[in-house]
Design a protein around this ligand. Structure first.
Ligand SMILES: Cc1ncc(COP(=O)(O)O)c(C=O)c1O
Length: 391
């Protein structure tokens, strides 16, 4: 790899790295290997391949040449040793967690995590795996929640819905000192804007259904880690649980990744303008976006983020759900829907269970509105926000 600026290097990875044109007759994009199995000239050769399936094409639930190109790009972008892709972000998260714990262990989560990740942790109670949530991003307070059986610290930085940052270097140091594995969901920042492995985090997971795919037409996940962790994870959680990324999805994901640097730069530009507009609006009490200089973690962000994506939240001055509903229902350019990270702007309330009490417990104001700033003209987006916030 050329010794050039990190972003320039990442652009090269997204566009050309491991495309292996020599192997594919010069095809400018790698072909989609839409086959489930690979045949061998002799039984002996097949047996040999099965014994080291990670490094041989045997069956689609393990490896596939098209899928492998995406995995090599993602590993390189995260500066990790190895990557496996999955059929969804939740499949990647499940594999990372299950690989890291056994019955009797405890998982510590830092502040607000994506809803289904929290549900997964509750579900693991069935196997005698407990968890605690510390509603703080302060390393000292996190350290106080560590138990003798804590085996994993799971984090999202920025945190879900509240968009606070966690000091990745400090938390990984704390975890290492206590023999705890760290897992981070890096979907918000993408590997372009945050590389957690370089701060000592052990496993990075992604929902590729967001920015990596970028066009709301791919469902996928990725897990990037060391060769050592991947060794068992591939044989157990990957092959046995069977949530491999299909080659057709890998092709779409490859297409998305080629324009990731261009899209992320544009998301960032739009989001910053939207955040600045909202910050000055009298009906908005708070804008939770770490790209703003006024954000409480802006300084930390300068240390560990190299950019900011398009997802943020606002808290209305009139902090009640009725008002949230009124504002959201007036929006036109922002479409109402779950998910985020694609070309289209989206809006959502975190109150999907109609339970303001639960939100408050999670330290989320009932006046919160989540905005995924897309790639439309920013003036269209700002005008839409202006008309929906005004009475
Ligand atoms: C932060 C985050 N992580 C993980 C996921 C799960 O990804 P997937 O929907 O691809 O399973 C989501 C989905 O919304 C998410 O927002």
């Amino acid at each position: 790899m050329r010794n050039v600026g990190e972003f320039e290097q990442d652009k090269q990875i997204c566009m050309h790295y491991e495309d292996d044109r020599g192997r594919f007759h010069g095809a400018v994009v790698p072909p989609t290997f839409q086959n489930t199995l690979f045949t061998y000239p002799t039984l002996g050769e097949l047996v040999e391949a099965v014994q080291s399936e990670k490094h041989h094409y045997v069956y689609g639930r393990g490896t596939n040449p098209t899928v492998e190109v995406v995995e090599k790009k993602l590993a390189a972008l995260e500066r990790g040793e190895d990557c496996k892709t999955f059929s969804s972000g939740m499949a990647a998260i499940s594999a990372a967690i299950i690989n890291s714990v056994q019955s009797g262990d405890h998982i510590l989560c830092v502040s607000n995590l994506y809803y289904s990740t929290m549900e997964l942790l509750k579900y693991l109670g069935k196997f005698n795996i407990s968890h605690s949530v510390v509603y703080s991003t302060n390393t000292e307070e996190i350290s106080q929640v560590i138990q003798s059986n804590t085996k994993v610290i799971f984090l999202e930085s920025p945190t879900d819905m509240t968009y606070r940052l966690i000091d990745l270097a400090e938390v990984s140091k704390l975890a290492k000192a206590n023999g705890i594995r760290t897992i981070i969901d890096n979907t918000w920042a993408t590997p372009l804007f945050q590389k957690p492995l370089t701060f000592g985090i052990d496993i990075v997971v992604h929902s590729a259904s967001k920015y990596l795919g970028g066009h709301s037409d791919v469902l996928g996940g990725a897990l990037i880690t060391s060769k050592k962790i991947m060794e068992t994870l591939f044989k157990k959680e990957y092959l046995l649980m069977g949530a491999a990324m299909p080659p057709s999805e890998a092709s779409l994901l490859l297409r998305g990744i080629r324009t990731l640097p261009l899209r992320m730069t544009a998301h960032q530009e739009n989001a910053l303008k939207v955040a600045e507009f909202l910050e000055s609006h009298p009906k908005v009490a708070m804008v939770n976006y770490p790209g703003l200089r006024t954000h409480p973690d802006f300084e930390l962000g300068q240390k560990q983020l190299t950019g900011y994506s398009g997802l943020m939240s606002i808290e209305l001055s009139q902090a009640d759900y009725r008002q949230v509903e009124k504002v959201i229902n007036k929006m036109k350019a922002f479409k109402i829907g779950v998910s985020w990270g694609s070309f289209e702007s989206l809006v959502l309330s975190p109150n999907l269970n109609n339970n303001e009490g639960k939100l408050l417990k999670e330290q989320i104001s009932p006046g919160t509105i989540r905005l995924a700033v897309g790639l439309e003209d920013v003036n269209v987006l700002i005008r839409d926000l202006e008309q929906s916030l005004n009475d």
